[in-house]
Design a binder for this molecule. Sequence first.
Ligand code: NCD
Ligand code: ZN
Length: 349
Amino acid sequence: MTEYEKKITIIKPDDWHVHLRDNKILKKVINYTGKFYARALIMPNLDDPITNCFKSISYRNRILKSMNWNYKFQPLMTCYLTDRTIPEELEIGFLKKIFIAAKLYPYCSTTNSKKGVKKISHITHILERMEKIGMPLLIHGEEVNKSIDIYDREAEFIKNTLDPLRNCFPKLKIVLEHITTKESVEYIKKYGSNYLCATITPHHLILNRNDMFSGGIQPYLYCLPILKKNIHQKALRQAIASGNKHFFLGSDTAPHLHKDKINFFGCAGIFNAPSSLLSYVTIFEEMQALKYLQSFCSENGPKFYNLPINKETITLIKKPLKIKKRISVGNNIIIPFLSGKILNWSLEN
Ligand code: NCD
Ligand code: ZN
């Protein structure tokens, strides 16, 4: 990594947690990810989830068709696990590189998770197979139960589900996605390895739960896992600033139409693709940890997934950039994270 004054060049990053949706929305959002990242791991929670090889291949083709042909962007696909996932199909998909990983959404934990897994014990045979073939399991780590406070769901998941799961399957490769708490940070610091890593989003690094209610309720800051207290935000910031190799970039960019965000039941999700990389660089700079920017953005992820590190580089310059206020999609709009705000960093050309 070279850094002098106001310019920083790093190996081109990958985003290991991206929601692109489909059709009109896909066409509008894909190039924001393609512009900054060489590869992205595409989440499978479409309205009709990506649960098999056939759906995955056709979704990947739709993604490629929607992209600006200038970008050499590579979408990497994931399989949505259900109680009915067929281990043989998962294995074939993984061996043929149709799937890079499989995603566990606990039932009703987040957007489009109604087909998710009701009980881990329902998928023991699938997890056994994944452990055997070295296929990574990506986890939305929240215990969903009416008796558990929404702010405690992640910590409860670690205790009640993740820890026992790791004991049963010690060689299963696991990514604890979009961690938000000091408990998760401590857990990864203690047990992080080539079998256990975590991703961290820019919004959980920039914000805490106060921000959701500052000046009135801010539906655009509602995401899952929900923003936590500032002690948790601090723990996440310190985790990335420590240079620990078991944390890596996963933006959880999650676009929703304005009409769906602003509704009686507003959707969870923050569309941060236009600013995610620029936010990460700002945070590393604030934490005086720019020396670890490249490993977080471009090295730790590929090492975990046993994929080559990208050959191209990307240069960021310290030049103000205004984030678009809105993006039109047919008769509706999507409001990006940091809409209309000025960032300190931008992409060189
Ligand atoms: C994501 C979405 O909208 O698909 N929402 C979110 O708040 N993060 C799903 C997810 O990753 O939980
Ligand atoms: Zn997500």
